[in-house]
Design a protein around this ligand. Structure first.
Ligand SMILES: C[S@@+](CC[C@H](N)C(=O)[O-])C[C@H]1O[C@@H](n2cnc3c(N)ncnc32)[C@H](O)[C@@H]1O
Length: 441
């Protein structure tokens, strides 16, 4: 399973069956090595996983009845499941399901029902395989391409993962067909270097076009990165000087450095996402406050905040700012009554420019007494904001509802904290803002 966790951490393809096996393997670790009962495992919460603390060479995870100490390796396995498998299961889940806090989910996105049966299945599968295995397959030799076609990968996942299948002899490969195998061996990254000629030849890729393609993809990646770095919150096309400064900051890039012109050419205006105000899923999520892929986490010096537990794509709706919608005037009066505690009042302009306020001060809210409403927990950052608020009028069954949705400004990775720009600066409120130590302007 070490091979599987390596592939998962490197974002390489892993067949669904192997992912299920890997989840069972994590369950088996908790059951067999740490003697946790299935009921405790089923109850394990995302929050408990996120709140794990390092102790010596391992980590302590609080569980419903006590705690468990995992080794670094075991932590790595469980984290691989959490970061690379669970988010996929979350995608499958219908909005009615309440997935949000369970660590172990089934492929349907719902909480895992029978960990014992899962572990048993895994055990039987491997015992059977060991009994059936004839003689060990030959080890791959150097100068061979060790990448079976993807159909073979589906049928016999462990062969691919342990790289024990008989190697395919080197042939002159057409570029597009085998690019995947090349990229697996030499992933294209923002800061990496292309493989040397010797490495390429050793891996069985004689054709120089792979090398050039690698560089071209890295160039595109870098151009896109500089576009993002040099475009400010106004979303307007950046001036050449700003692009030049953003490029100059990347001192580690010594070759394959994008030119200012190529960045300006690649720049396109940021598209306002067109939200479907009749979307039943969106409406259900707002009404029932069931948002996928989010978890609350405690941050030192910030209090609570929200992290992503699945990937969010640019322009995807993350959650809403849930609370009581009142007039701006009413909101200001409520603000006056606050004495030093954090404010959860969101002022905005509703449909037709009407000044409104969403009051999320009360927790839990009356309409969802058993729920963590995520929007109110999002912290501020001007510099590292990755979501932005957008006002919409949703066509809910009981009539139009004024809403503020948080939209991903870019690709958001798992475990990343969700941050939005509150629009407050140190100079705000006639300079009163300078007392707010957490502002990063
Ligand atoms: C809407 S609440 C955000 C959630 C809040 N952290 C909590 O625990 O519920 C706003 C308050 O969070 C805190 N906060 C927001 N962003 C912060 C940041 N970047 N660093 C530290 N505190 C922050 C401030 O106290 C602010 O008044």
């Amino acid at each position: 399973m070490g091979g599987v966790s390596d592939r998962l951490s490197q974002n390489k393809e892993v067949p669904p069956k192997t992912k299920t096996d890997f989840r069972s393997f994590c369950l088996a670790t908790l059951m067999w090595v740490h003697r946790l009962g299935p009921a405790i495992i089923k109850e394990l919460k995302v929050q408990e996983w996120n709140d794990r603390v390092t102790e010596g060479e391992g980590v302590i995870v609080k569980v419903s009845k006590g705690s468990v100490k995992l080794s670094q390796k075991e932590e790595h396995w469980l984290d691989c499941y959490f970061k690379h498998i669970r988010p996929e299961y979350l995608k499958a889940q219908a909005p009615e399901g309440d997935d949000r806090d369970r660590f172990f989910l089934g492929a349907s996105g719902l909480p895992l029902r029978n960990p014992t049966a899962d572990v048993q299945r895994l055990r039987e599968k491997y015992v059977k395989r060991l009994q059936e295995r004839p003689t060990p397959p030959p080890k791959p030799q150097t100068g061979m391409v060790v990448s079976p076609p993807s159909s073979a990968v589906e049928e016999e996942p462990t062969q691919m993962l342990e790289r024990t299948s008989p190697p395919t002899p080197v042939v002159q490969l057409p570029t597009p067909r085998f690019w995947g195998a090349f990229e697996d061996l030499f992933p294209v990254t923002l800061d990496g270097n292309p493989p040397t000629k010797a490495q390429v030849t050793e891996a069985g890729f004689e054709d120089r076009s792979y090398y050039y393609y690698w560089r071209r993809l890295q160039y595109k990646l870098r151009v896109q990165y500089i576009v993002e770095q040099s475009t400010d919150r106004t979303g307007r096309k950046p001036p050449a000087a700003r692009v030049q400064r953003a490029i100059a900051k990347e001192t580690a890039w010594t070759t394959n450095v994008p030119t200012v012109d190529s960045v300006l050419l690649a720049w396109v205006p940021c598209q306002e996402p067109s939200l479907d105000t009749n979307d039943p899923l969106l409406i259900a999520s707002v009404i029932h406050q069931k948002w996928k892929g989010l978890a609350v986490k405690h941050f030192e010096g910030k209090g609570k905040g929200v992290i992503a537990t699945m990937i969010f794509k640019k322009n995807q709706v993350v959650c809403d700012y849930h609370g009581e919608v009142v007039s701006k005037q009413e909101g200001e009066q409520r603000l006056e009554t606050l004495t030093g505690e954090p404010s959860y009042l969101f002022f905005f302009k509703g449909k037709g420019g009407e000044p409104l306020c969403i009051d999320a001060q009360k927790f839990p809210c009356e309409c969802h007494p058993d729920k963590e409403t995520f929007g109110r927990r999002l912290n501020h950052s001007r510099r590292k904001n990755n979501v932005r608020p957008q006002r919409v009028s949703l066509n809910c069954p009981d009539g139009p509802r004024e809403c503020v949705l948080f939209i991903a400004l870019r690709h958001i990775a798992i475990n990343e904290e969700l941050l939005w720009d509150y629009g407050i600066r140190r100079a705000s409120f006639g300079g009163e803002g300078r007392d707010l130590t957490w502002l990063d302007d």
